[in-house]
Design a binder for this molecule. Structure first.
Ligand code: PLP
Length: 370
């Protein structure tokens, strides 16, 4: 029995992705061992944080780094760092940043909600978000013309949650930041490439430790040395109520060290999802096919289309029935409004695709006249 089942909580089959609401990632034995050992021992925390910065630097190609309890904390801490630098008096004053250079420019289509709003994370860090352009259209001039003597940073949000069309690309925003000598921050929370944005020239890049990295609940910031020192110093200020513990840091380091060796196995994903589709083939009202990730990542999901008339229920209803069951099954549902559900093979433990297929079949059999 799992620890959650021993609490009387329902077993969860996660077929939706690295969802914070479902616990993000299930870590490897190596990462779990690091978490366990760290939690049963002592360490000089300042020394550990500096060491973690060096490990983050090594795996991201940056000058230095700062571990956090998540990417959301990473946004707040990064924003605070560009406002206060390493000035302790200012660090202790955040989120009150009155009179300081505190404006954070963000494109309107990237002012998103990832489970909480980016705008609020900026405010926690003492920033004042300046949204530019419209939700579906931003011109380079909108960004340029928003810059004032109060601008503290430009923030780009790389995310499937953001509007993908009509926004200015990273390159343009970075060029504007550089031309004006203003730090450029990228929130790359769910991205898989831990080197790309530093290589492009960003001053600060933020990642989640629990998403692509498959680490524990954690996050990391990487970038320029002075800024990373300023980030670590925020633990004397706003970082304190969002601190990452020694366990989290040890787990994050273990996850970084194994990441380059992690196998992405698209063949295995395709084989498992094909099996799932085969199994659903006989079900009236469902069409199942293999689809590559919308953003072009090496993820192959099973896409299930629900024909309501034939299936006897809508995709929303099927999704809901799966979620309230025991085990609770969570499918990906970005397109449920057009009748499409998807099964993400990455978080699925062995054999769970069969449980999903069988559960879907039994739900539909109840709905369909024999
Ligand atoms: C998930 C996400 C976050 C928050 O990450 P946590 O590690 O859960 O704090 C922030 N920004 C974006 C774009 C995200 O997708």
């Amino acid at each position: 029995m799992s620890v959650f089942e021993s609490f009387g909580l329902r077993k969860v089959i996660n077929a939706s992705g690295k969802m914070t609401a479902l616990g993000a990632s299930a870590v490897s034995d190596e990462v779990a061992e690091a978490l366990k050992q760290a939690s049963q021992d002592y360490v000089d925390i300042d020394e550990m944080m500096e060491f973690a910065g060096k490990v983050i630097a090594e795996y991201t190609g940056s000058e230095d780094g700062c571990p956090t309890c998540g990417a959301a904390a990473g946004i707040a801490i990064s924003v605070a760092s560009v406002i206060t630098g390493k000035n302790l008096t200012l660090i202790e004053r955040i989120p009150d940043s009155e009179g300081l250079r505190n404006e954070i420019i963000i494109q309107k289509g990237q002012q998103i909600h990832f489970g909480a709003s980016i705008g609020q994370m900026i405010r926690i860090g003492g920033g004042s978000a300046v949204e530019v352009g419209s939700a579906n259209k931003v011109e380079a001039d909108h960004i340029r013309q928003a810059i004032t003597e109060k601008t503290a940073a430009l923030l780009y949000v790389k995310s499937h949650h953001a509007v993908q069309k009509g926004m200015q690309p990273i390159e343009t925003m970075m060029e504007i930041a550089k031309a004006n000598n203003i730090p450029f921050i990228i929130d790359a929370a769910a991205e898989e490439d831990f080197k790309k944005y530093i290589k492009m020239g960003a001053d600060i890049v933020i990642y989640s430790g629990g998403k692509a990295l498959e680490g524990p609940t954690s996050g990391l910031i990487c970038g320029k040395k002075d800024l990373m020192e300023a980030c670590r110093m925020q633990y004397k200020g706003i970082g304190r109520p969002m601190k990452i513990g020694k366990e989290g840091v040890a787990g994050l380091i273990a996850a970084l060290r194994q990441y380059p060796y992690k196998e992405d196995n698209p063949d295995d994903q395709i084989a498992r999802m094909t099996k799932l589709c085969e199994s659903l083939k006989t079900v009236n009202g469902l069409t199942c096919s293999i689809k590559q990730d919308e953003a072009g990542r090496a993820i192959y999901r099973a896409q299930i289309e629900v024909d309501t008339d034939k299936a006897g229920l809508t995709a929303e209803q099927l999704l809901h029935r799966l979620e309230i069951g025991n085990p609770a099954i969570y499918l990906r549902h970005h397109y449920v409004n057009i009748g499409i559900l998807a099964v993400d093979p990455r978080p699925l433990l062995k054999g769970q695709e069969e449980v999903i297929a069988n559960t879907i079949k039994s739900i539909l059999n109840e709905e369909q006249p024999k």
